[in-house]
Design a protein around this ligand. Structure first.
Ligand code: FAD
Ligand code: N01
Length: 563
């Protein structure tokens, strides 16, 4: 049973920090939560509401996680705002007004801050505090932290908190990938990573700017940077598929119609594979099962509507290679129709499986290459040789001169932020060692050898293949129910069973193997990071996963050892 002397007893002390009120960690708590993004914030609210003492440690200076760090020009969500938001509080979802179909980063950050205020979260969050190690001490975890400023860890003295449970809400896309290039330190201009953007913003007016990387972050930022810069050079290693967002202000009538029945809207969304777009179900046919005209019409309708649901026009986009090719052909045609220079259109056209890497959603991305101040370098034809004081030398010894270089090079996804913490479980087992061949896990929630440690949207769960706020809520609620169960049963530890874990990893591999997801070098597979084991990390299919988690809980936490 959770020791009563540890229950919420007012140990937290409110102090004033640069983000307003924030809490100082007590010496002992029931639940230590790492990260104050949407996952950590809801985890705090939920555990506190269930009567546990809980405290959040956050590396950054405020709440919001992704939306605190990713302040690059053009950053916004690509799941509609009315879906990309919490649903645990009817009052919250009724009172918050989203202004656009896809909210901008500042608007989403304001929402996160509103949630923090509304549920009085800050008093139990230590900002500017990085968790450096987690050590299992037989009955509880020692949580070691150090002070950090603007995400840079200081060498201040380590402080330790003792917690019965630890929840890693560290984010799937929070550990920036900054690739090294020969002589990159020589460059005399400014460099930026989209995932760690200066809070004061960057004015590129009149500058010669390079953007390296053409994933979602590059594709969102390129049109905005191009509109400011004297010249923008996009350095593309692999072209991405992108569909138009068709972003627009939300009409009050539409918002009212959703809010009139928000619960049902949310319920329908959560029954879909990706927990989004319940109003636009996946088409009933395969792309090869219909005539050419019908296929083009269905794809055109989704293209005009805009957004990620483009891939749902047919039910076999990610299982049938021929269907996938037909859908990809449609997008390649669109690129050719949009980009005036046929050579640039060719370079921008992907030849891979569409949807294998995460589909991008853009506003005027392809159109931007018609501007006279934008050029495109294909790094497959002319790779980066080295950096110089003035810029970058590509393939044929051409020196490109820049005032600023933007790394839109992504993240050490899904495992990076977790592996950055020195986590030692039973018998001093290191999580980094356990994961050396890939992230072993049970249900994407726990790892054998690491009792009382939970992950939110961890590898092995649907996480990044879904509307992540829905997946986050599901995990937070499952974990809180589990903690309440342990308290009721007077149990002190829970740990994944090794054979249940092995079976789960096999299951995830089997499901992924039935799709086309494993056919390209994506970050889902860890292929963007040098030396990272190639294992498909997320699990396709949200509803079946939710059912499995429910079954596990109902069968006395089957696959876990509860003591
Ligand atoms: P995060 O928001 O990443 O928060 C994790 C927090 O943990 C961070 O603040 C980090 O500083 C902190 N942290 C990590 N390690 C430590 C440590 N050792 N000590 C202390 N603190 C630590 N998903 C969607 O579903 N739809 C979208 O439209 C969408 N858009 C996105 C746009 C961008 C630019 C990016 C990068 C991601 C997007 N995502 C989207 C995914 C997004 O990450 C999730 O939707 C969601 O915000 C994740 O919340 P989280 O709390 O799990 O993680
Ligand atoms: O990162 P990415 P991201 N030399 O990994 C290139 C979410 N998100 O930040 O494909 C040269 O997708 C790399 O090239 P390649 C969303 O889930 C959502 O853009 O590896 N280039 C690629 O082009 C997304 O999927 C939104 O060959 C190098 C790019 O950098 C995830 O976050 C917005 C390189 C990285 O693309 C990550 O997106 C933003 C090198 N050494 C993010 N290393 C929304 O719209 C990497 N690249 C909601």
């Amino acid at each position: 049973m959770v020791d009563k002397s540890w229950s919420c007893d007012g140990l937290t002390v409110a102090v004033v920090g640069n983000n307003g009120r924030m809490g100082r960690a007590p010496d002992r708590i029931d639940v230590a939560i790492v990260g104050a993004g949407f996952a950590g914030m809801y985890m705090l609210h939920k555990t506190r509401s269930a009567g546990f003492s809980a405290h959040v440690f956050e590396r950054g200076g405020g709440v919001g996680g992704t939306w605190y760090w990713n302040r690059y020009p053009g950053a916004r969500c690509d799941v509609p705002s009315l879906e990309y938001s919490y649903q645990f509080s009817e009052e919250l979802q009724q009172e918050w007004e989203w202004s656009e179909k896809y909210a901008t980063q500042p608007e989403i950050l304001r929402y996160a801050e509103h949630v923090a205020d509304r549920f009085d979260l800050r008093r139990d969050i230590s900002f500017d505090t990085t968790v450096t190690s987690l050590t299992w001490q037989g009955e509880s975890w020692h949580v070691a932290t150090t002070a950090s400023t603007s995400g840079v860890d200081g060498d201040a003295a380590t402080t330790v908190t003792t917690a019965r449970f630890v929840v890693l809400a560290t984010g799937c896309l929070s550990a920036a990938n900054v690739p090294r290039f020969t002589d990159d330190r020589l460059f005399a201009g400014r460099t930026y990573h989209t995932g760690n953007w200066p809070h004061e913003g960057v004015d590129f007016t009149g500058q010669r700017v390079a953007v390296i990387g053409t994933g979602s972050s590059g594709i969102q930022s390129v049109p905005v940077i191009a509109s400011q810069a004297a010249h923008l050079t996009v350095l593309q290693r692999t072209p991405a598929y992108s569909v138009p967002a068709r972003n627009q202000p939300l009409s009050p009538d539409y918002v009212a119609s959703i809010k009139a029945n928000y619960g049902e809207f949310r319920r329908k969304n959560s029954l879909t594979r990706a927990a989004l777009g319940g109003d636009t179900p996946t088409g009933p046919h395969g792309a090869c099962e219909v005539s050419d005209d019908e296929r083009r019409a269905a794809l055109e309708a989704r293209w005009q509507k805009g957004g990620l649901l483009f891939l749902g026009a047919f039910n076999d986009a990610l299982t049938n290679p021929e269907s996938n090719r037909l859908i990809a052909d449609f997008v390649r045609d669109k690129i050719r129709q949009t980009v005036r220079d046929p050579e640039i259109a060719r370079r921008l056209s992907p030849d891979s499986v569409i949807g294998c890497k995460r589909l991008c959603v853009d506003t005027d991305y392809y159109e931007t290459f018609n501007r006279s101040n934008v050029s495109l370098i294909d790094l497959r034809e002319t790779p980066i040789e080295r950096f110089t004081r003035r810029g970058i030398i590509v393939g044929d010894a051409t020196e490109l001169e820049f005032d600023a270089i933007v790394f839109a090079t992504g993240f050490d996804a899904m495992t990076g932020a977790i592996s950055n913490i020195d986590i030692r479980g039973r018998d001093n087992l290191r999580l980094r060692d356990v994961w050396s061949e890939g992230p072993l896990n049970y249900l994407g929630l726990a790892v054998h050898g690491f009792p009382n440690l939970f992950m939110i949207t961890g590898p092995g769960s649907p996480s990044v293949l879904t509307n992540m706020i829905v997946s986050i809520q599901h995990h937070v609620e499952w974990i809180t129910d589990c903690l309440a169960h342990l308290r009721r049963e007077s149990s002190s530890t829970i740990e994944a069973d090794p054979s249940a874990q092995a079976e789960w990893v096999q299951h995830v591999n089997t499901i992924a193997g039935m799709t086309l997801y494993t056919s390209c070098s994506s970050w889902y597979l860890g292929a963007n990071m040098y030396g990272k084991p190639r294992v498909f990390m997320p699990l396709p299919g949200f509803p079946a996963y939710v059912q499995r988690c429910t079954d596990v809980a109902q069968h006395h936490y089957q696959g876990f050892h509860v003591r």
